[in-house]
Write a protein that binds this ligand. Structure first.
Ligand code: IFM
Length: 460
């Protein structure tokens, strides 16, 4: 296989978004409040007080956005369903709408030959459930399984890939321990409970999916960090391994090995936390077999030993000496190859998808009206090559989704960072495909042409 054009037949090139980041229309058709509505409306929580109230107004402009997706030539579109549109209070079905929006979207995608890839939880928990403890409450596991089953019943015959949760590490630790994301807690014990209930609800949703006999495949998406010591000292190497326990193994080990990593458990216990929320039968449920693992990769973590609470310090991306994105993330494509190879080596043969990869770039509309985002093109090209190397090394990588279709609400950072292939002028909601959009379209077309040529070639 040589790069760039010969990815295997059936390799899925896609593009991704998430409901709260693009939809807006937060009060339309009976949608309930989500924790991100509440959080973003709380003074001081997001840059400039930005909220998802309008975002990209995708809820109203989806036909135009569908045209964009079609023009890109992708085989699959990954989007998330807003839980509060389906069950506004987390329990009672929405009588005013909700599902029909997604049913229309799915049907129109399929008409164009684009596979819908659905994420059930991309962070917008109904606020009513948060008021009862949110992910720290075991009851939320049941609520998520019910929500998942409702969606499976409606779309289970048409959706090819299902993702239970997007980046549960962010929800658990950035939302409950660092306090940077909704619900904004700073409490390690709450974070561990939330992580456990997210994992448990993932297992419960997988079980519901199998019980309903839905046609597609189901997995989970983790944001994973290849983690490197800043030096070869034993202390830095140990700190790096420990830090990967916190970000990566805390989710991978229960899902694939039916156990929490013992070294990380001890570390959390030394910080005063307990694992008293784990009940008999939980770990087998969490480890219910999945059909694929989604991997979101942006940057590595470079770690040194320190006297901080957990015993490690993560160096800022800008300290690496390597180029960084507009939000300071180190650009390190080799990290993606290493991550994918390491996953296959350590966790076995589960098929992998890169469900997100992309870059924040300081995009500007040029005098010619275009957005010339060379930096993003370079980033993507190098990461596609890194994925290709992983394939050459034998990794069962099935697809790659660029984040994101268009600029959108970047959570606590508001609308400042732009990660889209399409520029969104938020004042007018005009969409301007960037140069990276044209690059990706050409790239996908190139891989298709190559496969078609190969298929026409007479066999020797
Ligand atoms: O925008 C986010 C997305 O919601 C989750 N993964 C990372 C992206 C870029 O920060």
């Amino acid at each position: 296989m040589s790069f760039p054009s010969d990815f295997p037949a059936g390799f899925v090139w896609g593009v991704a978004t998430a409901a709260y980041q693009i939809e807006g229309a937060v009060a339309d058709d009976g949608r309930g409040e989500s924790i991100w509505d509440r959080f973003s409306h709380t003074p001081g929580r997001t840059a400039n007080g930005d909220t998802g109230d309008v975002a990209c107004d995708h809820y109203h402009r989806w036909p135009e956005d569908l045209e964009l997706i079609g023009n890109l030539g992708v085989a699959a579109y990954r989007f998330s369903i807003a839980w509060p549109r389906i069950l506004p209070d987390g329990v009672t079905p929405n009588r005013h709408g909700g599902l029909p929006f997604y049913e229309r979207l799915v049907d129109r995608l399929l008409e164009r030959g684009i596979d819908p890839v659905v994420t059930l939880n991309h962070w917008d928990l109904p606020q009513a459930l948060q008021d009862r403890g949110g992910w720290t409450s075991r009851d939320t596991v049941e609520r998520f399984a019910d929500y998942a089953a409702t969606v499976f019943r409606s779309l289970g015959d048409r959706v090819r890939l299902w993702i239970t949760h997007n980046e549960p590490w962010m929800v658990a630790f950035i939302g409950h321990y660092r306090g940077v994301h909704a619900p904004g807690l700073v409490d390690l014990q709450a974070a561990l409970r939330a992580a456990h209930h997210l994992l448990l609800s993932h297992g419960a949703a997988v079980r519901a999916f199998r019980a309903l006999g839905a046609a597609g495949e189901i997995g989970i998406t983790l944001n994973l960090f290849p983690t490197y010591p800043v030096s070869e000292s034993d202390a830095d190497r140990e700190a790096a391994a420990a830090s990967a326990g916190y970000t990566n193994r805390w989710f991978l080990d229960p899902i694939f090995r039916q156990a929490y990593p013992a070294d990380t458990v001890s570390r959390f216990e030394r910080c005063g936390a307990t694992m008293d929320f784990v009940e008999d039968g939980d770990l087998p449920l969490i480890a219910s077999p999945i059909d694929f693992l989604g991997v979101n990769y942006y940057s590595p973590r470079r770690v040194s030993a320190s006297g901080d609470e957990f015993g490690w310090h993560v160096q800022p991306g800008t300290a690496s000496g390597r180029p960084t994105t507009a939000i300071g993330g180190e650009i390190y494509p080799d990290g993606l190859t290493g991550l994918l190879v390491g996953l296959q080596r350590d966790y076995g043969s589960v098929p992998l998808y890169v469900t997100e990869n992309g870059a924040a770039v300081d995009d500007q509309i040029g005098p010619d009206g275009g957005v010339h985002d060379e930096a993003r093109i370079d980033f993507l090209e190098r990461h596609f090559a890194a994925a290709h190397r992983a394939l050459q090394l034998g990794v069962d990588l099935r697809g790659y989704f660029v984040w994101s279709l268009m600029d959108n609400f970047e959570w606590a950072m508001g609308y400042g960072p732009r990660l889209g292939l399409t520029y969104v002028d938020y004042a007018t909601q005009r969409r301007i495909p960037k140069d990276s959009f044209a690059f990706y379209r050409r790239f996908i077309a190139g891989t298709r042409e190559r496969l078609a040529r190969d298929a026409r070639r007479p066999s020797p």
